[in-house]
Write a protein that binds this ligand. Structure first.
Ligand code: DP6
Length: 329
């Protein structure tokens, strides 16, 4: 794939926009590190309108100039290093530098999937700059090379990333499901927006290598993926929430049972979890999912939104399939 694409710019600048996503059935564990090939398939929902917008062009100066949210990033910053390493795949000449301007509407590296929309927006900007006119499937594969979950940010709505089986990764890409769910809400609760102490990449490797619990993960994913797809097709919210929460907590269980142990939760994460479980006992249909960080994402339906706002004043509510209705949210 990388051998077939042109690296001759067709215009002076390219722009790409991509939405963040949150997995309902997680991608956790790689079968191949370099190409970010996952051990299992995964399924996400996009978080419109949160995401990334990237503009890029080429310069004759050596080295990349990278700006993130209006701030010039030092070349030795981990963010710049990761971006430049990815851009190496697309440089027209070894000496060419890219000028990159990225805006994220989500906190960077706080478990809110900014790397997913970031790499997806970058690939879309490259597609625009070089005028590849690639298919979403190809763009998903290219975005995956930057960060696995970015494969799911090329398209929107409910998205399934097929793990694939080929060594070259050409069958490991994401595509949208046709179903929508207008009343579905995601509530973002930012517990801590500082960069995480252990990257998901490192955490996955340690989990795969040392957790005995991880051996049951692929089996759980098979069952969860099927149950989630049925729940989405039938708009069965309780099933969706139950399976997504169980899946997220099981992923965290595999990390806690790794050595050295990985625990992303803070005391506030745990307090929030208990509040949610208490609410559920009182009959409020709300569920939770979490990624590699302390932040919490709530899953609920539109008519529960007023109650969620009251209990969690800091919550940011996203309605991926419908413009927010100010009267209900
Ligand atoms: C917990 O996509 O950030 O958010 O492929 O190493 O870049 P790399 O990992 P990344 O991992 C995401 C892990 C997760 C679950 C998910 O989004 O499916």
């Amino acid at each position: 794939l990388l051998g077939d694409i042109t690296r001759k710019p067709s215009r002076s600048r390219g722009t790409g926009r991509a939405v963040a996503n949150i997995a309902l059935c997680k991608y956790w564990g790689k079968r191949q590190l370099e190409l970010n090939l996952p051990r299992t398939s995964s399924l996400s929902i996009s978080l419109d309108p949160l995401g990334s917008e990237t503009t890029l062009g080429l310069s004759d100066l050596p080295g990349d100039q990278i700006r993130l949210n209006g701030r010039e990033m030092p070349p030795d910053d981990p963010f710049s290093r990761r971006l430049s390493r990815f851009l190496d795949l697309f440089r027209p000449a070894e000496t060419a530098g890219f000028v990159v301007e990225t805006h994220n509407t989500i906190p960077t590296a706080a478990g809110l999937a900014s790397s997913a929309s970031g790499f997806a927006a970058l690939v879309l900007a490259l597609d625009d700059l070089f005028q590849w006119n690639s298919t979403p499937r190809t763009l998903s594969i290219l975005a995956r090379l930057g960060s696995g979950s970015a494969a799911r940010s090329i398209v929107s709505g409910f998205v399934e990333w097929h793990a694939g089986t080929h060594d070259d990764g050409l069958d490991s890409f994401a595509e949208s499901l046709t179903d929508t769910w207008p009343g579905l809400c995601i509530g973002l609760i930012e517990v801590d927006t500082r960069p995480k102490p252990v990257s998901s990449r490192q955490a996955m490797t340690d989990t795969v290598n040392t957790s005995f619990l991880y051996s049951s993960w692929p089996q759980q994913v098979d069952s969860d993926l099927a149950a989630l797809k049925t729940a989405i097709r039938q708009r069965n919210f309780d099933q969706l929430g139950r399976v997504a929460e169980h899946n997220a907590l099981s992923m965290h269980a595999t990390m806690i049972s790794a050595w050295p142990p990985i625990l992303y939760w803070s005391p506030e994460t745990i307090r929030t979890l208990h509040t949610i479980w208490r609410l559920r006992q009182e009959g409020v249909p709300v569920y939770v999912t979490m990624d590699a960080g302390p932040n919490i994402k709530l899953l609920f339906l539109e008519d529960t939104a007023p109650m969620i706002r009251e209990k969690f004043p800091k919550v940011r509510i996203i309605t991926p399939f419908a413009p927010p209705d100010p009267d209900t949210l």
